[in-house]
Design a protein around this ligand. Structure first.
Ligand SMILES: *[C@@H]1O[C@H](CO)[C@@H](O)[C@H](O)[C@H]1NC(C)=O
Ligand SMILES: *[C@@H]1O[C@H](CO)[C@@H](O)[C@H](O)[C@H]1NC(C)=O
Ligand SMILES: *[C@@H]1O[C@H](CO)[C@@H](O)[C@H](O)[C@H]1NC(C)=O
Ligand SMILES: *[C@@H]1O[C@H](CO)[C@@H](O)[C@H](O)[C@H]1NC(C)=O
Length: 814
């Protein structure tokens, strides 16, 4: 074992940081010594699990000894030792002097300031409804994903939810599945997390909160010192990836359908590192380290940084490099693209070893309608039951059925947040008009409370109109479910037409008091989904490419996002505590949106591919999903993307390779392989990244023979961020189909680029590799990205599609 340590470099590479920018007290420190995983994956050192455990202990106590010898007692707290993927620690320091000491210490490779992480859920779906529409039941639901463990770095899990009940899975006495015996997760017990929570469906559950505690943001009463999900986000993502099959979605007494994870037979390992308030990278890094040590097959991260991290390159921050080591260990990494769309380069998931997931709106809509006594009718939203029978009920403005001399103020009356001012005899049997005011925007008022008030005062229902000053762009809480009839008239025209009707019909005395409520209406059922049959559309909030090399947003030769899945208005499991989202408090299911929701769809599909092809590498599985993705609908029309104000045909910067097609992804015909060493070569070609920055970030330097371009990485896409003259791009495809197949290569050239490819026809046998040589030649300066594709059509019906994105610049460095 000792000989290994001679490999260790004794030079100290320290990240420099701007000391007056320091706000966080927590830092992640990487050491020069190697982490445990190095010895598991290096051919020469295939250590046993015990060897790795011994090494882990030694690394951890080594950190303690190092710190004790270097720093004054009481001047720091070590939060974590990272031992598996990284050799380093997270430390909470009390002064800059401590940092300086660390900076100058021998054995320290790099120091990174901790940064905040966010959940990628959004509460502002553009049109309400429109969930996945399908919870595909692939390959016999219950066993789909069998033997695969999906790890989720998220807000924890609600173990009491039916989506996670034990459906008599084969487990041994430790609650660990036997079929996939390589998984060795632990189950922490604590608040709302009894020993029985790990039931064979949930096979591991731990939580990581030390940085959140150090920051003073963790509140035990609210956030629970256990893997229990007090937010809802983690239960939602876990059930989307691997929730049980055919679980009735019941919210406020109504069955909205049945939910099923993408891989109902897969097992769930929970690593809670995010909270209602968000979280910290150093907790997330600890969670990832543990998950890979536990040997999950797949990691799903519906989280990311709030902006591009500072530093030499977006690919070299601690989390990105750690995830590179995770792929080296064979773990598939999926991450939400971010919710910064539709502006370009809003992507928050950067590296080519990560599969970044975009979100789509699909064809399900929830539309509610109101019919007025005048014969007019309007549509709006509201997951609410209808008014009784075909009866028209009198309607009344809140202000007209309230005490006028109460001290609750006019606004509160309008927004129906308080039962007190309402006059019981006047409200009974009426539909009450309430107004969506700025209080709703500032979250001091909520639509859920409107429904609550209406129920308590015994009115027939509510009509929520828009305040012209607020407008109707982002209405908060429209995806909450209600027990009382109600409609949200989420457009100004409908709102003002309703008021016109009410004012013209209502008879008032000379003092202005209503003497007769003669305006009437009935509200229809808003809980019935409508399926439009429309193709998926890229959601406006879904973060867009091009990918960026750094915080200066210099664009990279990497395609981001990679793939798209449903993300808007997804029904899935929730946690009734719902600390992060007051609109859905108390519910077991929630309809929410975001790239957070799209990501576990892809993680689940990956489990099905992994089950079918256990030996495929992470890069091969990503390649399989990308090359088979749909870019057109059933009629051959292109998939569209929501931009700021219109729809336009989606580009690879909107949806990557396209919308996931799980049945085709299982049988892709050809795959693009990439190894760890290729990623190092990639990093060494990133503009502004030198040998030393790679060495600092990864502990290994660049090869002597360097690749010229990042576009040389063998991915299932070709992105050239600045084409001047011509560029040669090599791609190697490996046949994974059965028997021999002949492929024909077709290119659709991007505007301003001529592409030649050879060979144009090739024959492959199983496992054979074919080298494709592409030459991209600029023919016209576009000063904009233009898009094309390479399509390989096999004689056995495989279609392998490779998106091409090129920017023809006028000169180098432009
Ligand atoms: C799961 O359910 C089966 C059948 O009901 C039972 O035999 C098994 O002990 C359960 N497993 C756990 C870990 O509770
Ligand atoms: C912690 O959370 C509880 C419950 O939400 C709250 O009542 C309490 O004030 C919080 N404590 C602190 C210190 O913020
Ligand atoms: C997936 O691909 C198959 C085969 O080309 C096609 O029939 C199907 O419509 C595609 N889409 C989905 C969602 O399965
Ligand atoms: C595939 O092609 C090789 C030669 O290119 C041939 O030897 C082999 O028999 C073929 N296999 C099948 C299943 O046709």
């Amino acid at each position: 074992m000792e000989s290994i340590f001679t490999l260790i470099l004794l030079i100290s590479f320290i990240n420099t940081w701007d000391s007056h920018l320091i706000e966080a007290k927590v830092f992640m420190v990487l050491m020069e010594e190697e982490p445990g995983v190095s010895f598991k994956t290096k051919q020469a050192y295939r250590w046993s699990d015990e060897d790795v455990m011994v090494y882990k202990e030694r690394v951890s106590s080594g950190h303690d000894i190092f710190l004790q010898s270097l720093l004054q007692r009481g001047s720091y707290t070590k939060l974590y030792s990272y031992t598996h993927l990284l050799n380093g620690f997270a430390i909470d320091v009390t002064s800059e002097k401590v940092l300086n000491n660390l900076q100058n210490a021998k054995g320290v490779r790099a120091i990174h300031e901790d940064v905040k992480m966010e959940k990628f859920t959004t509460h502002t779906p553009d049109f309400l409804g429109i969930p996945s529409g399908v919870w595909p039941t692939l390959g016999g639901a219950k066993s789909s994903g069998e033997g695969v463990v999906i790890g989720l770095i998220d807000t924890g899990i609600n173990p009491f939810h039916p989506s996670f009940s034990n459906q008599s899975s084969p487990v041994n006495s430790n609650g660990v599945l036997t079929k996939s015996s390589k998984f060795k997760g632990k189950c922490a017990v604590g608040d709302q997390f009894p020993p029985t929570a790990c039931n064979g469906k949930i096979v591991g559950a731990q939580y990581f909160a030390r940085a959140a505690i150090a920051a003073g943001e963790f509140n035990t009463t609210r956030d629970y010192a256990s893997p229990f999900d007090t937010d809802g986000h983690g239960s939602h993502t876990a059930s989307t990836a691997a929730g049980n099959h055919q679980i009735p979605v019941i919210s406020n007494n109504f069955n909205y359908g049945y939910a099923s994870g993408m891989a109902p037979g897969a097992r769930i390992a929970v690593y809670k590192a995010l909270y209602a308030f968000g979280g910290y990278m150093s907790d997330v890094v600890a969670a990832v380290d543990q998950a890979v040590e536990d040997r999950v097959d797949i990691l799903s991260l519906s989280i990311g940084p709030s902006s591009v991290p500072a530093g030499t390159s977006s690919f070299l921050n601690v989390l990105e490099t750690q995830l590179l080591f995770a792929t080296k260990a064979g773990v598939l990494i999926f991450q939400a693209a971010g919710n910064g769309g539709p502006s370009s380069s809003s992507i928050l998931s950067f590296s080519p070893w990560i599969t970044s997931v975009a979100a789509s709106v699909t064809d399900r809509r929830y539309i509610n309608s109101i019919k007025l006594g005048s014969g007019q009718s309007f549509t709006g939203t509201g997951l609410a039951p209808p008014t009784d029978g075909e009866v028209f009920f009198p309607i009344a403005a809140a202000i007209d059925v309230c005490e006028t001399n109460t001290n609750t103020g006019l606004l509160t009356v309008d927004s129906c947040q308080n039962t007190e001012p309402f006059i019981p005899t006047l409200v009974r049997g009426k539909l009450i008009i309430c107004t969506y005011t700025f209080d709703f925007e500032f979250e001091t008022a909520s639509i859920a409370t409107v429904a609550d008030t209406i129920q308590k005062i015994g009115a027939a229902g509510f009509i929520l109109t828009m305040n012209p000053d607020v407008g109707s762009v982002q209405i908060k809480g429209t995806t909450a479910t209600f027990r009382v009839p109600g409609i949200i008239l989420n457009n100004m025209q409908a709102s003002s037409a309703l008021w016109d009707y009410y004012n013209s019909e209502t008879i008032r005395s000379s003092s202005g008091r209503v003497v007769d409520f003669t305006a009437t209406a009935r509200i229809l059922d808003g809980r019935q989904a409508i399926y439009t049959g429309q193709a998926p559309v890229v959601a406006s909030y879904s973060s867009r490419g091009p990918d960026v090399n750094n915080a200066l947003l210099q664009t990279a030769d990497v395609l981001k996002p990679n793939i798209m899945a449903p993300g808007s208005s997804i029904w899935a499991a929730w946690s009734p505590n719902s600390e992060g989202d007051q609109f859905i408090k108390g519910q077991d299911f929630a309809l929410v949106s975001g790239t957070s929701m799209a990501t576990p769809h892809i993680a689940g599909v990956a489990a099905l591919i992994k089950q079918t092809h256990p030996n495929w590498s992470p890069a091969a599985i990503t390649s399989a999903m990308m090359t088979t993705a749909d870019v057109a609908d059933r009629h051959g029309d292109p998939i569209l993307a929501q931009q700021s104000n219109q729809l336009s045909p989606a580009t690879p910067f909107d949806f990557g390779a396209g919308f996931i097609n799980s049945s085709r992804a299982i049988d892709p015909g050809l795959v693009f392989h990439t190894k760890f060493q290729n990623y190092i070569e990639f990093l060494c070609a990133v503009p502004g990244v030198d040998d030393m920055s790679v060495r600092r970030a990864l502990g290994v330097g660049c090869p002597n023979k360097r690749k010229a371009w990042c576009s040389d990485l063998n991915t299932a896409s070709v992105t050239v961020s600045n084409l001047v003259g011509s560029r040669k791009v090599i791609r190697k495809v490996t046949s994974v189909g059965n028997g021999n197949e002949t492929y024909k290569v077709n290119i659709r050239e991007p505007l301003g680029v001529k592409i030649t490819v050879s060979p144009r026809v090739f024959k492959v046998s199983k496992n054979a590799i074919t080298v494709l040589r592409l030459v991209l030649e600029a023919t016209e300066v576009t000063n904009a990205y233009t898009f094309g594709e390479m399509v390989l059509r096999g004689s056995k019906n495989h279609v392998v599609r490779v998106p091409i994105a090129v920017y023809v610049g006028s000169s180098l460095g432009s």
